[in-house]
Design a protein around this ligand. Structure first.
Ligand SMILES: *Cc1c(COP(=O)(O)O)cnc(C)c1O
Length: 427
């Protein structure tokens, strides 16, 4: 494959955009090389600036769960665009999507729309603090909850890729209110509560982590967190920005049967347009402005184009009874078959998977927390990434990311993917 045009575009972008990209992980820093500039996306495929095509396993980091540019969503967007792009005033459509989501997701009565997952998580902890009157939060190493100050502490993903999980610019005053625990380590959480009695407002977690690679909760971790939060009067926040409408319509709450107090959404909820949301039962949401005292706002929150794309995407998913089992089946086949091929090649690996999220770690040991994700062989991952890319398979460009399988990936795409894996030469 040739990348001349991407290469030239990246050089030019570097003059006007910091690092040439508007979000760090796109720069291929972790895997090396020049990022591929895209120009079209349709179904399972992306086309880059040099006219190379790829089967997409990133899917815009999750939103394109139906595959790219789904015709029904596109039609909705065209109809809405004719009516207006943004009103800065309430619309019936916002109630429609709120009603649809609260009616189909467990444990939430009200939902507030924002424009990104970052905003959703940032607002959710403000609300948790306002509601409980406490300052501290517990987060887990390797979990990413967007780039607001409180969360940029062992934040996985892009931050981990760059090796400086604690970003300059985050004040020590802010950092001191974020307590860290190891994912899947209940004892650490218990210790933190014991040492910070009546100071902890909330525990926030990715119920299935996707920002240190895909890491699953083990030994009823989520159920146990629920108990600990109840015993200590703290709120349990599920960051379902990745898992919401992906692992099940009701996300990890539904899949694991655990009730969170606050839930954040993003990615799939906007169907490819910039949307985030946070939701909870009435008792908590009533504290939010303009009804309550906890302030939160957004010029483009509930934007009609974004709401149209989101609602249509969610309706398509909801009306398709076989949707989640189909995605899971595709992912299971990829997991099993990739694993077989890597084993034949004598390559140590662990594949973690839940629903349509999965990642391949080049490590023979289990990966159940951030330290273990770091121990995997990231050099092999980087070579694997570039091999797959030049064979037309677009994987996330970091060993700390998750593959997002879309409904557009069918037998043909699976076979092409496996064929590319077969050609991988381990050193
Ligand atoms: C992507 C992500 C976010 C941040 O969402 P943005 O829309 O990128 O701000 C927050 N939490 C999780 C779990 C995510 O995967």
């Amino acid at each position: 494959m040739k990348y001349q045009r991407s290469s030239a575009l990246f050089d030019e972008a570097n003059q006007y955009i910091p690092g040439g990209v508007n979000s760090p992980v796109r720069a291929f820093k972790s895997v090396g090389g020049v990022p591929v500039f895209m120009k079209y996306a349709k179904g399972a495929y992306l086309t880059d600036a040099d006219d190379n095509t790829y089967i997409d396993y990133i899917n815009s980091w999750g939103p394109a769960i139906l595959g790219h540019t789904h015709p029904e969503v596109l039609e909705e967007l065209k109809i809405q665009a004719e009516k207006g792009f943004s009103f800065g005033a309430p619309t019936e459509l916002e109630t429609e999507i709120a009603k649809f989501i609260t009616g189909n997701v467990p444990n939430i009565d009200q939902i507030r729309m924002v424009s990104s997952g970052t905003e959703a998580c940032m607002s959710a902890i403000r609300l948790a603090r306002g509601f409980t009157g406490r300052d501290k939060i517990i987060k887990f190493e390797g979990c990413y909850h967007g780039h607001s100050d409180s969360f940029l502490i062992k934040a996985g993903s892009g931050a981990a890729t760059f090796g400086n999980p604690n970003s300059p610019g985050v004040t020590s005053g802010t950092a001191k209110d974020t307590l860290l625990a190891r994912y899947n380590d209940l004892e650490q959480v218990k210790d933190l509560f014991a040492n910070n009695q009546e100071k902890i407002a909330a525990v926030i977690i990715e119920p299935v982590a996707g920002n240190m690679g895909c890491v699953l909760p083990e030994n009823n971790f989520l159920q146990e967190l629920r108990k600990i939060c109840d015993e200590n009067g703290a709120l349990l926040i599920f960051d379902e920005v990745m898992t919401g409408f992906r692992l099940a319509f009701g996300g990890a709450q539904e899949l694991y049967g655990v009730k969170a107090d606050l839930v954040t959404y993003g990615k799939v909820i906007g169907g490819g347009l910039p949307v985030g949301a946070f939701a909870a039962r009435n008792e908590i949401m009533d504290h939010l402005a303009p009804k309550g005292a906890v302030y939160q706002a957004g010029t483009l929150s509930g934007n009609p184009l974004a709401m149209r794309a989101g609602l249509k995407t969610l309706q398509i998913i909801k009306n398709d009874a076989g949707f989640f089992s189909r995605l899971e089946k595709t992912t299971e086949i990829l997991d099993t078959e990739i694993s077989k091929i890597l084993t034949e090649k004598g390559l140590a690996h662990t594949i973690n998977r839940q629903g349509s999220m999965m990642s391949v770690f080049f490590d023979s040991e289990n990966v159940s927390d951030f330290d273990e994700a770091q121990k995997a062989n990231h050099d092999t991952f980087n070579r694997f990434f570039h091999h797959m890319l030049t064979n037309g398979i677009y994987l996330p460009p970091s060993g700390y990311e998750t593959y997002f399988i879309s409904d557009a990936i069918k037998e043909n795409e699976i076979e092409m993917t496996l064929e590319a894996v077969r050609k991988f030469e381990s050193l």
